[in-house]
Design a protein around this ligand. Structure first.
Ligand SMILES: C[S@@+](CC[C@H](N)C(=O)[O-])C[C@H]1O[C@@H](n2cnc3c(N)ncnc32)[C@H](O)[C@@H]1O
Length: 453
């Protein structure tokens, strides 16, 4: 019923299509070819008036936009030009999410209702999205990202609902999470003009957004057409009646697919990165140089994580890079491991000057060059390897602690694909680090350092 309403609405509003929207066995709805279609042929054509942008949402009704203008006036502390602030690309996500909530829960008679009616529901995401089930990624490096996203959304939600006006008063956090899931799993960047902030960059596109993802064998792609959008078969790819029409959402690692969409791809060739929190290496904070080291890193705007990219053996010369650590992570770990010959000078403007062997070190790159010149460089490398080994063992333990072998439900199964991939990354890096540690333990510089210690 909902589907036929939606199809009628699509036709009445100018969508031309030789495709149908139907249930798939694995991903809710999908798009299917209704006839045999040759290569490079338009299968769906969506006119500009059906691209749902924040600007269109704001034009929908004063009841929707008035509380939003009130909120934005508070947020930006101005009543001037609030319409253009609302329409700016900075607020596109916010406006579109609030509009989804408005149409779904507060006014089910808008122009967009037939579309909103067939979008995945709150209960769908409660079962199938990590924003509703952060415990499914517990012990993996995605857990931090998911939990910090939830708390950021909570802060944003409380700030919006604090204005206590009309429908906004009755908004619940669950609705806000739902809208965020819908937004990020369907939004399309249609390329607004950076210079002209009022031009919309993001759109929700009915019909188009029922196309599911295939990394290896997509058979359709999209292109803009007079402000609207077309789905078109690839050159050299024809489709048969009832074939599912699949887009490529891009080469995304499972970490990103799970975070945004709630699914993973078996044997995904795009590697997920493991993010290791940096702060535990500086604990306790009052010890030695930990506090100035952290302040210096903040001054350089260094992110508070180390990054492990699955194995890049033979691609890099540095043995720590061969274990998978990014250049910045290695440089930061040199700083963590330095105990001797360093000094931090607090300047009058509260900035910190870092010196190694009496020489000013203004950046991490220069730190790396200076550390490599030190006589005890192999000792520093050994310290780094041992600290990282400890950290990886701890995270391997966390990764395996939360496994539920018998839970084969949809999202858990998807999260487990990612969890296993991360476990392999950690195990491989640990093995390489153990080998490096053993080699460094035999290094003459290390042996003489230990003898004299
Ligand atoms: C743009 S929508 C596609 C339409 C969606 N299936 C629906 O029922 O509304 C993207 C969502 O479809 C699902 N999806 C797309 N491709 C998938 C795939 N290859 N495997 C599993 N789920 C997929 C995910 O839930 C994703 O967030």
């Amino acid at each position: 019923m909902n589907i036929s309403n939606f199809i009628n609405w699509s036709r009445e509003n100018g969508i031309k299509s030789t495709a149908s929207v139907d249930q798939t066995p694995y991903a809710g709805y999908g798009l299917f070819a209704s006839r045999d279609t040759p290569e490079s042929t338009v299968v769906v054509s969506i006119p500009q008036n059906l691209l749902l942008t924040s600007r269109k949402a704001l034009q929908q009704s004063p009841r929707f936009s008035k509380p939003i203008f009130t909120y934005l006036s508070h947020k930006y502390n101005t009543t001037k030009d609030i319409q253009s602030i609302a329409e700016s690309t900075d607020n596109e996500r916010l406006i579109l999410c609030l509009f989804l909530i408005y149409c779904k829960f507060f006014d089910t008679t808008t122009y967009w209702t037939p579309y909103i009616d067939i979008l995945p529901t709150v209960s769908f995401f409660q079962e199938n999205h990590v924003l509703f089930k952060p415990e499914y990624v517990a012990g993996t490096s995605l857990e931090n990202s998911v939990r910090s996203k939830i708390s950021n959304l909570q802060i944003e939600f409380e700030s919006i609902t604090s204005i206590q006006e009309d429908w906004i008063c009755d908004m619940q956090f669950e609705m806000y999470l739902w809208a965020d899931c819908i937004f990020w799993s369907r939004v399309v960047g249609i390329g607004g003009d950076e210079e002209e902030k009022e031009v919309s960059d993001k759109a929700l596109i009915p019909f188009f957004d029922f196309a599911n993802h295939s990394l290896e064998s997509p058979n359709i792609r999209w292109q803009l057409n007079n402000g609207g959008i077309d789905l078109i078969t690839y050159p050299n790819v024809s489709v048969n009646t009832n074939d599912e029409l699949l887009l490529s959402y891009g080469s995304k690692p499972n970490q990103e697919l799970l975070f945004l969409h709630g699914f993973c791809i078996d044997n995904n060739t795009e590697p997920s990165r493991f993010m290791l929190p940096l702060l535990p290496f500086f604990s306790p904070m009052e010890q030695g140089y930990n506090l100035p080291k952290v302040q210096w890193l903040k001054q350089l705007s260094v992110k508070p994580n180390l990054t492990l990219v699955p194995h890049q053996l033979n691609k890099k010369e540095d043995p720590l890079a061969q274990c998978g650590w990014t250049d910045e992570s290695i440089r930061v770990m040199y700083l963590v491991s330095l105990e001797e010959d360093i000094e931090f000078i607090m300047e009058d403007d509260d900035s910190i000057t870092f010196q190694l062997l009496g020489k000013n070190i203004p950046s991490l790159t220069e730190l790396e060059a200076a550390v490599k010149e030190m006589d005890i460089f192999p000792v520093i490398q050994l310290r780094v390897a041992m600290l990282l080994l400890d950290a990886l063992e701890y995270h391997l333990h966390l990764n395996t602690t939360f496994v539920q072998e018998n839970n084969e439900t949809g999202l858990w199964k998807q999260a487990n694909i990612y969890r296993s991939e991360e476990r392999v990354t950690l195990e491989t890096a640990s093995q390489s680090l153990s080998t490096l540690r053993d080699e460094l333990m035999q290094h003459p510089v290390v042996l003489s350092y230990l003898e004299n210690a």
